[in-house]
Write a protein that binds this ligand. Sequence first.
Ligand code: GDP
Ligand code: IMO
Ligand code: MG
Length: 423
Amino acid sequence: MAVDLLLGLQWGDEGKGKIVDVLTKDYDIIARFQGGPNAGHTLEFDGIKHVLHTIPSGIFHENAINVVGNGVVIDPVIFKKELDNLKKFNIDIPARLLISRKAHLILPTHRLLDAASEAAKGKAKIGSTLKGIGPTYMDKTGRNGMRIGDLEFTDWKSKYRALANKHEAMIGFYNVDIQYDLKELEAEFFQAVSALQQLKFIDSEEYLFKAQKEGKKILAEGAQGSLLDIDFGTYPFVTSSNTTAAGACTGLGVAPNKIGGVFGIFKAYTTRVGSGPFPTELFDEDGATMGRVGNEFGATTGRPRRCGWLDLVALKYAVQINGVTQLMMMKGDVLSGFKTLKVCTAYQYKGEKITHLPYNIASENVRPIYTEMPGWDQDLTKMSTAKELPENLNAYIDFLEKELEVPIKIVSVGPDRKQTIHR
Ligand code: GDP
Ligand code: IMO
Ligand code: MG
């Protein structure tokens, strides 16, 4: 049985959480493969909004097991908070949530290092979520990290101490003013580790291998988006993991020839949180309207998201890198009421018109070239079938499908599970 993937094609926050929740009824296993609590995945149903950071977005369904894969980095403190938030929903967590022994641990000092590194960068900062993601992946690839499996050995605290001591010395190296009380942070960390130890740690690659043999249906859930990929994103303004399709292979131990459908998710416009280039960014009333109507505030940090028109140059690149087999367009409802819509189909770059992402996109050297399309003003949020969609929205979808050469199979018209139209 093949493993399907669901990934964000832009700079994150495309609506991955919502769609994983919608699709879970058709799967036996939902597996997160990279990133950590820098992610904020929002789900809405029965009038309640849930935000998940590390726990996969299939957790509310009885039919599915949720796996946190080896490619994920886990902060026990945030993980415990997520577990506490779920308590009132009567979910049998130990039965439904499994954690890879090979997933790496975010220590309190990783968070401090993230803060020190950002403070030292000043204006050039990445705009990190400050969850310790970069320093934890650095320790992973530097072969110094601590893993979930270490918590099964009695000496894990001495390993912890050695690493935390090293981090403290490194924080000093940055020579910035970071105030912290490590004793307090550690007390919270150790308590959270105890909560984590109540859950089942597994060799997740083995578990998923067996599940595939038994014909179980598996959906891999991505975090962040393709343009934040450590290799293919807008480096250095990226996250520290491979957010693209190949990341699911290394982040779960799934062989490339076992990947089935690659579901690429994008907003009908574009948003970005944090620093870095964003060619179609709007600084006018249109951008403000997208932010207001789309309620564009980060699900993890609450920061306002930067908004702009859809960038087909970047989207095409993401479709290619990931081998996307079907597309899902989110937040079409937010564009209702715009008289004219713009879609970037090329860049003006160093005096030339180009249709690929150049090595270095910066606002100084890239100017978007737009195709204009008529908008629609119908309220989409009550619509539930493709038949009801306005003509101009269908024209917008047709245009994108033609440009991207991949079918758009889902059109999302609101945050709720039910506001999902299959085509
Ligand atoms: P993720 O990180 O990809 O899971 O996305 P986020 O949860 O960070 O951000 C997506 C936001 O848009 C959340 O607040 C969702 O509830 C909301 N959302 C998802 N789909 C739609 C949609 O079709 N229309 C509207 N208006 N909101 C949506
Ligand atoms: P989801 O899964 C949007 C951004 C940060 C920052 C950069 C690096 O909800 O789509 P990091 O904390 O990883 O060092 O930050 O990446 N970023 C996200 N932006 N959605 C996310 O996740 C993000 N995770 C990280 O804002 O610019
Ligand atoms: Mg998000």
